[in-house]
Design a protein around this ligand. Structure first.
Ligand code: 13P
Ligand code: SF4
Length: 390
């Protein structure tokens, strides 16, 4: 009889955990809701949300990102892209509670931009962002050391996408850089190139590449990709010295689904269709599209489009569905054939919103997002630099 030795298999950092067993504290910030989370089937949820919001009155201000579910958007005092919501949060100093229906990095930014006496709340702490999680503070510090050893750190300006953790924003502020969003990435890069020779763009390689190449005339050869999982980012000193754009190897798992084939396929199916995509899509998708823009830009374009026009949208499905319902006079389709929700945005649902509002109305502070003072100081510099971009 042969016996087999138990294999000593160590989980890799990327190992998938079995659903419902164990947890990964590096990416999960908690899924527990102290108290009673209402059941999604509860027929009274809408009434309960209304009643709790009314009890809170002006003490609460609810922000809703465009990718949120309809049931949540219904209760948002304001909706927007990440840039608009950051400004809206800062412009509401009288609200004691800012309930952020979006993802973790957005709530962190709101906490940084609001006053000490305001408390920012994320209804489900598990609403993270896979792109933001692709750049950790340690990895980025190591990258900066690699740039310093190559003799290029002094001429490099970090530009970090809003979709990054407070730690990365803080790194950016500490090194004289700026934050950007998909609606001001070009202005941020122009500002950065007026101060340095190179940009380290974090963490979305696609937004960085698309803005530099499509909007600013850089070539693909001006861009290199820094892979945090390889020694020296997988780049030689010569490559780092020659590059204009050093792109972090991060991407959005939702927008990464769209492909050149999906563009070709929809053009074949709907003659004359306008293809409008988010700049987090891959470069070949953006290059093949007719229009590119942030969520706010996509909404404005659809509002202004003539009746009878046809549109294929390359962005998250909650927003595409809402736009299709809002414009029955236009043909609006989803660019990909498969369903493409952002799973973490979708974590915020009506039960979590009801639980949050009822807890606050009962005087129980839950799921507060609070950035520590030192991180906040430098992250705020980078965020304020963004708000001051020409
Ligand atoms: P914007 O709303 O800024 O376009 O960003 C899209 C997105 O992916 C947010 O997570
Ligand atoms: Fe992150 Fe992409 Fe979801 Fe936005 S859509 S929160 S970038 S995973």
């Amino acid at each position: 009889m042969t016996t087999t030795q138990p294999l000593d298999v160590q989980p890799t950092p990327l190992a998938l955990l079995l659903l419902g067993r164990e947890s990964d504290p590096r990416s999960e910030r908690g899924v527990e809701c102290p108290g009673d989370l209402p059941a999604p089937s509860d027929p009274d949820l809408v009434e309960r949300a209304r009643a709790a919001k009314a009890r809170l009155g002006d003490r609460v201000f609810i922000l809703g990102h465009h990718y949120q579910r309809d049931e949540v958007i219904e209760f948002a005092d304001v909706t927007g892209d990440s840039f608009k919501l950051a400004r809206d949060a800062a412009g509401r100093p009288e609200a004691e509670y800012i309930v952020f229906c979006g993802v973790h990095f957005m709530a962190e930014s709101a906490d940084i931009l609001t006053s000490e006496r305001q408390q920012v709340i994320l209804p489900d702490l598990a609403a993270g962002c896979s792109m933001a999680d692709m750049a950790s503070a340690e990895q980025v510090a190591e990258c900066w050391d690699v740039l310093a050893e190559a003799g290029v750190a002094d001429v490099t300006v970090p530009v970090s996408y809003m979709n990054s953790s407070a730690d990365i924003k803080s790194f950016t502020g500490r090194h004289g850089g700026t934050i950007c969003t998909s609606s001001n990435a070009r202005r941020a890069l122009e500002w950065a190139f007026s101060r340095g020779e190179k940009v380290l763009f974090l963490p979305d390689q696609h937004l960085g590449r698309n803005t530099a190449v499509r909007d600013m005339g850089f070539s693909l050869d001006d861009c290199v990709v820094y892979n945090p999982h390889k020694p020296n980012g997988g780049l030689t000193v010569e490559q780092l010295r020659a590059a204009k754009m050093i792109l972090w190897r991060g991407h959005c798992s939702v927008h990464g689904r769209f492909s050149l084939e999906s563009v070709e396929d929809v053009r074949a199916r709907i003659p004359g269709v306008n293809v409008l995509v988010h700049p987090e899509c891959k470069h070949e998708v953006v290059a093949a599209a007719d229009y590119v823009g942030s969520t706010e830009h996509i909404i404005t374009m659809l509002d202004e489009a003539p009746a009878g026009s046809a549109w294929a949208l390359g962005t998250e499905l909650n927003l595409v569905r809402r736009l299709a319902n809002a414009h029955p006079d236009k043909q609006i389709v989803f660019l990909d054939k498969t369903v493409c929700f952002c799973s973490t945005m979708n974590r915020i649902d009506l039960p979590h919103l009801v639980w949050t509002l009822e807890s606050l109305a009962d005087g129980k502070l839950v799921n507060r997002i609070q950035v520590d003072a030192e991180t906040e100081h430098f992250a705020k510099l980078a965020l304020e630099q963004m708000l001051a971009l020409p």
